[in-house]
Design a protein around this ligand. Structure first.
Ligand code: ZN
Length: 211
């Protein structure tokens, strides 16, 4: 098993972790960096078409916003998330694509005016967002999901956003099992509309969001 911290490792947006286990390449979240880019993230250690699965903690753009870019680069695996996250992502990823396309058009027009006729490509398009949405596998909270031989996951409610979850990941390689928990963003108690965050009772490793 190998793990690599791609995003939100030296700054607070653009969450992304890479996991290599049971012969599979997995991303946990693939968020867009927002605001000032303080630190240049490490590139993904494998090309997008080789990624088998994405496990998404929640729909906020700093956790999900680069999924259409992954699709644009050739990812055709499955994206597991809770059902409310799937509903939110269907709206938010399309909205993100719309913003990317508008921004590229605006930059192109500006470049043209300053006689620098460089056309600016959007980082991804509506087609990429729609393709991404078709890769989503909506999941229930609290149910153990068999991903493939040796990998199981479970989403638990952490009360940060509708659909937000910690993801418990059980990995079994050569008769040895380990449990890793990716906390996702954790919410507060007594919030309207949201449940209180639940507790994860055991883990071998915890990858914790600290914001
Ligand atoms: Zn969040």
């Amino acid at each position: 098993m190998k793990m690599m911290f791609i995003g939100a490792a030296h700054e607070v947006t653009g969450s992304c972790h890479y996991l290599n286990a049971c012969g599979k390449h997995i991303l946990i979240d693939y968020g867009m960096e927002q605001g000032v880019n303080i630190y240049e993230n490490a590139p993904l250690p494998v090309e997008a078409p080789l990624i088998d699965y994405v496990f998404l903690t929640h729909a906020h753009v700093d956790h999900s916003g680069l999924l259409p870019l992954l699709y644009a680069k050739g990812f055709r695996g499955q994206i597991f998330m809770t059902e409310p996250s799937a509903n939110l992502c269907s709206i938010m990823l399309r909205d993100c694509a719309h913003i990317q396309m508008q921004e590229a058009e605006w930059k192109s027009r500006k470049a043209k005016r300053s006689s620098d006729i460089q056309y600016q490509e959007p980082i991804y398009t509506m087609e990429d967002a729609d393709g991404t949405i078709r890769r989503i596998v909506p999941c229930s909270y609290d149910q153990i999901i068999d991903i493939c031989d040796g990998i199981k996951i479970r989403f638990t409610d952490v009360g940060h956003l509708l659909g937000s979850a910690s993801i418990e990941v059980w990995l079994t390689e050569e008769n040895e099992s380990r449990k890793i928990v990716f906390s996702g963003d954790i919410g507060n108690f007594d919030q309207p509309l949201l449940k209180n965050p639940g507790f994860t009772k055991e883990a071998d490793y915890v990858v914790m969001e600290t914001t």
